[in-house]
Ligand binder design. Structure first.
Ligand code: PMP
Length: 365
């Protein structure tokens, strides 16, 4: 028998794969539009594809367990020494490494309502207690999160921008939160600043949070190659933290957690400024396209800082099913306590249009 804290876990609900929907509804997979998992609609950068071809011949060997080349590239980009960096099998892996290293029975983790589902899952898997702090205006209530920290709390998870709501906390607020946690709890409480959608922020909102790890020994900044870099299927992310904390994460890390293709592709994608600029631009334009359509349909949505929009459609379960029948996959967030909302990832203009046309048809029928 599995322990009670494991059987209590409600498994992660991923976006429905295209092939599965095609089988279920007898649809042509080529005509299905998937806007469900906040993937990059541009697909993989050509530079990353080429980089993978170059290393393909070496796949008979294990990957570099220390990710030296990728870490060196990240070290240059973020101006941090190698021993401040941890690679993950997606940034999910980073979140789990933190939970594995710091949580167990008798400890707790704090996170916000309507934030990334893995914070709760990773906490539960360790048999630790999770303290969910009610959201404010669909986003993190940092004052309430600070107040919610208890004597057994070891980790606070913050998603900025947040998924699935798309909300964003400006630099000054995060910085004040980090200062207060440090002042009250020292290094007893580790703050994970999960910035999976950082690259989609408008330039005037971006701040170099990786620099904060120099000031805060209890901070882990987590980033991913799954979104703006277009490598979701390869599973690669990274964390920046001081060497002491990085060393702790490394102790619980699987030796070969990031595969050779992913390492090579990430190096290429990191250098591909043109692809990054296009990802940002396509997202910016697609967001405007979706929001304009929601306005025209009289639908309310949460202003988004990510590559997706949370829109209030009413009976989301029914509308989701109708969208599926029309070959459009989006993400219901009923499990997050948002039964009237759907989360739609921002696609290419024509994908957005297919979704909008289907939604319009459903709402007006
Ligand atoms: N953090 C947040 C806030 C996310 O939305 C996601 C992806 N849905 C992740 C982390 C994990 O992404 P990955 O493991 O692909 O890096």
């Amino acid at each position: 028998d599995a322990p009670a804290h494991v059987t209590a876990i409600a498994p992660y609900q991923a976006g429905k794969p295209i092939e599965e929907l095609a089988r279920e509804f007898g649809l042509d997979p080529a005509r299905i539009v998937k806007l469900a998992s906040n993937e990059n609609p541009l697909g993989i950068p050509e530079s990353a594809r080429q980089a993978m071809l170059k290393v393909a011949g070496g796949l008979g060997r294990y990957p570099d367990p220390n990710g030296f080349d990728l870490k060196s590239a990240l070290s240059q980009r973020y101006n941090l020494p190698l021993e401040w960096l941890t690679l993950g099998n997606g940034s999910n892996d980073i979140l789990e490494l933190v939970a594995l290293a710091l949580l167990d029975e008798g400890t707790s983790a704090v996170y916000a309502q309507h934030s990334f589902a893995v914070y709760r899952l990773a906490t539960q898997a360790r048999g630790a207690r999770h303290i969910m702090v009610p959201a404010r205006d669909y986003g993190h209530d940092l004052d309430a999160m600070l107040a919610a920290i208890e004597s057994d709390t070891r980790v606070v998870f913050i998603a900025n921008p947040n998924n699935p709501t798309g909300t964003f906390q400006p630099a000054a607020r995060i910085e004040a939160f980090l200062e207060q946690v440090q002042a009250r709890h020292g290094n007893h409480v580790v703050v994970v600043l999960d910035e999976a959608y950082n690259e989609y922020l408008d330039p005037e909102l971006r701040f170099d949070s990786t620099m904060w790890v120099k000031r805060f020994p209890n901070l882990v900044v987590s980033r991913t190659f799954s979104k703006a870099y277009g490598l979701a299927g390869l599973r690669v992310g990274f964390a920046a933290a001081q060497p002491g904390l990085t060393d702790i994460l490394n102790r619980v890390r699987q030796p070969f957690n990031v595969n050779s293709l992913a390492q090579a592709a990430a190096i290429a994608a990191l250098a591909d400024m043109d692809f990054q600029a296009r990802s940002y631009q396509v997202n910016r334009e697609g967001k405007a396209q979706l929001c304009k359509a929601f306005d025209a349909l009289g639908l309310k949505y949460v202003p988004s800082y990510g590559n997706f929009v949370l829109v209030r459609v009413g009976d989301a379960a029914r509308i989701n099913l109708e969208l599926l029948k029309r070959g459009v996959i989006v993400r219901p967030v009923t499990g997050d306590g948002l039964p009237e909302f759907l989360r739609v990832s921002i696609g290419l203009p024509e994908e957005n249009e297919t979704f909008i046309a289907a939604l319009k048809q459903i709402l007006q029928s």
